[in-house]
Ligand binder design. Structure first.
Ligand SMILES: Cc1cc2nc3c(=O)[nH]c(=O)nc-3n(C[C@H](O)[C@H](O)[C@H](O)COP(=O)(O)OP(=O)(O)OC[C@H]3O[C@@H](n4cnc5c(N)ncnc54)[C@H](O)[C@@H]3O)c2cc1C
Length: 429
C-alpha cells in the first residue's frame, strides 16, 4: 500500500546524485521542508552556491507524508509556550508561525504550486463533554496571542461532522490543508529554478571539519562547504551526533479511504480539516476526490501498512460507524523528530553547524519559519531570535527517551479514555 501522496504525484525531475568533489557556499543536509525552505529563503535573499543533499528523494521524510494541516503554533502547546517564555516572547514566536502560513500561501500563488490547497480552516473538536476545555483554549488564544478561534456549538458541529462523539469545537479560520508532497516538490522546483543544486540519493555519511568550513561526504562525492545546515528530521543517523542526540524519532500513522462520492457528506459536510482535544488525537480531512485522509496515534515503532490500516480503521469507526464498509486504499507511517521540550531547535552549534530539527507533529509552518530564520542568519541579515535559545539541543537520551515517550503516550491515552468513560457513566445516571 503506497502512500496516497506518492501515488498521486509525478516526479518529473529526478535530481542526480552528487558525484565527484566540488565546493559550495552552503550545504543543506535533508530535502524535507526544513532544508528546502532554507534553500529557497537563501536563494530569495540573493545568496549563491547552495546545495541540498537528500538521502532518498525530495519529500521522502515527514514533509511528504504528513496530515497536510497548515496552521499556526508549534508542537509545544500555546499554554506551555507562554509559561516558558512569558507573554512578549511567546507572542513573538507564535507570530512567526502565522507569518509562515501567509508566506506558504504566497509561495503557492507566486510559484504556482498546484498542491490541492483547501483554504477552509481547521476545527478543534471537543472529545470531552466539558466546555471549559474549549473556553480556556479560546481565551488563551485571544488574550495571549491575539488570535480568534471561533466557538462552534455542539449542534452546529453535528451539522458538519455527522457523529455523536464531539461536544462542540473551535474553528481556526486562518488555516488550510493541502497535499504536502506536491507542496514540497513545488518548493524544491522553485529553489532549483533559483539556482539551488539539489542531489537526491545522496546520503551524507560523514561531516568533517576543515579549517573554517566543512567537508561533507556522500558515497560518491564530497562537498567542501563554508556553511552546513543539518535538517535531517527524524531520519538522520550517524552524521552529527550533537543534533541527533537531541531528538527522538517518533512514528505516527496516516491512511486514506477509497473515494466516497456522495457518502462523504454522510460523515463530513465541511471542507475544513479536523482534530480533537485528546492528547493522542485523531486528525483528518476530506480530500478533493471525496476520500477521507485520516491520521493518528504516536508510537516509537514503525509499523507495516496493513497494521496501520487496521489500527486507524478502528479509530475511524469509533467516530463514524456509518463508514463500516468503506475500503482503506492507502496506509503509511512517518517519523517525526521530537525534542524533549517539544519545540523546534533552530540555531548554530559551537562547532559552527547550523541546525533546524525537532518540529514534532506540527511542522509545516514551523519548518517554513526555520527556513526564513536560518536564511536570514546565514545571509547576515539578522541573528536567530534569542527566544529559540531557551529551546536548545538538550539530550533526548536515545532508547531511554523513547521508552519514556511511549510511557507518557500510554499514560495520557489512558487518562483521556478514563475521562471520557467517567463522562459517559455520569450521562447514563
Ligand atoms: C504522519 C505525520 C503526520 C503529520 N501531520 C502534520 C500536519 O498535518 N501538519 C503539520 O504541521 N505537521 C505534521 N507533521 C509534522 C511535519 O510533517 C514535520 O514536522 C516536518 O515535515 C519536518 O520536516 P523536516 O524537513 O524537519 O523533516 P523531514 O521531512 O523528515 O525531512 C528530513 C529529510 O532529511 C533526509 N535525510 C536524513 N538523513 C540524511 C542524510 N544523512 N543525508 C541526506 N539526507 C538525509 C531524509 O531522507 C528526509 O527526506 C506530521 C508528521 C508525520 C510523520
Amino acid at each position: 500500500m503506497q502512500s496516497f501522496y506518492e501515488a498521486t504525484v509525478t516526479r518529473s525531475s529526478a535530481y542526480a546524485p552528487l558525484a565527484g568533489r566540488r565546493g559550495a557556499n552552503v550545504c543543506i543536509i535533508g530535502g524535507g521542508l526544513a532544508g528546502l525552505s532554507t534553500a529557497l529563503g537563501l536563494a530569495e535573499r540573493g545568496v549563491a552556491d547552495i546545495t541540498v543533499l537528500e538521502a532518498r528523494q525530495v519529500g521522502f521524510g515527514a514533509s511528504g507524508r504528513n496530515g497536510g494541516f497548515v496552521f499556526g503554533g508549534y508542537s509545544l502547546d500555546c499554554a506551555d509556550l507562554l509559561r516558558t517564555l512569558g507573554a512578549a516572547r511567546a507572542r513573538q514566536l507564535y507570530a512567526l508561525t502565522t507569518d509562515a502560513v501567509a508566506l506558504m500561501r504566497q509561495r503557492i500563488a507566486n510559484c504556482r504550486i498546484d498542491c490541492d490547497a483547501t483554504d477552509a480552516g481547521v476545527i478543534l473538536a471537543n472529545w470531552f463533554d466539558d466546555p471549559a476545555r474549549l473556553d480556556v483554549q479560546r481565551r488563551l488564544m485571544l488574550d495571549a496571542f491575539g488570535v480568534e478561534w471561533e466557538p462552534v456549538s455542539t449542534q452546529q458541529l453535528a451539522a458538519q461532522l455527522k457523529t455523536r462523539r464531539y461536544h462542540g469545537g473551535l474553528f481556526e479560520r486562518n488555516a488550510f490543508h493541502f497535499h504536502p508532497l506536491k507542496y514540497v516538490l513545488g518548493v524544491a522546483n522553485a529553489a532549483a529554478q533559483a539556482g539551488v543544486q539539489i542531489h537526491e540519493q545522496s546520503p551524507v555519511v560523514r561531516l568533517q571539519r576543515d579549517g573554517a568550513g566543512f567537508i561533507v561526504h556522500t558515497p560518491n562525492g564530497a562537498l567542501e562547504a563554508r556553511h552546513v545546515v543539518m535538517a535531517g528530521g527524524g531520519y538522520a543517523r550517524n552524521v552529527y551526533a550533537k543534533v541527533e542526540r537531541a531528538v527522538l524519532p517518533i512514528a505516527t500513522y496516516v491512511m486514506a479511504t477509497e473515494p466516497l462520492g456522495a457518502r462523504l457528506n454522510e460523515a463530513m459536510d465541511t471542507r475544513a480539516a479536523v482534530y480533537d482535544t485528546r492528547f493522542a488525537f485523531d486528525y483528518y480531512r476530506p480530500l478533493p476526490d471525496t476520500r477521507i485522509l485520516w491520521g493518528g496515534r504516536i508510537s516509537v515503532r514503525e509499523r507495516a501498512p496493513e497494521v496501520i490500516a487496521r489500527l486507524l480503521r478502528r479509530d475511524l469507526l469509533k467516530v463514524y460507524p456509518q463508514l463500516h464498509d468503506v475500503r482503506i486504499e492507502h496506509a503509511w507511517g512517518g517519523l517525526m523528530s521530537y525534542a524533549r521540550h517539544k519545540m523546534p531547535q533552530i540555531g548554530r552549534s559551537a562547532d559552527g553547524v547550523w541546525y533546524a530539527v525537532g518540529f514534532g507533529g506540527h511542522g509545516m509552518a514551523p519548518t517554513t519559519v526555520s527556513g526564513e530564520l536560518l536564511a536570514a542568519a546565514i545571509a547576515g541579515e539578522r541573528p536567530v531570535p534569542d527566544a529559540f535559545a531557551a529551546f536548545g539541543l538538550t539530550p533526548a537520551y536515545g532508547a531511554l527517551g523513547l521508552a519514556a515517550a511511549q510511557l507518557t503516550y500510554t499514560t495520557m491515552q489512558t487518562r483521556d479514555a478514563l475521562a471520557a468513560r467517567r463522562q459517559r457513566t455520569r450521562a447514563d445516571l
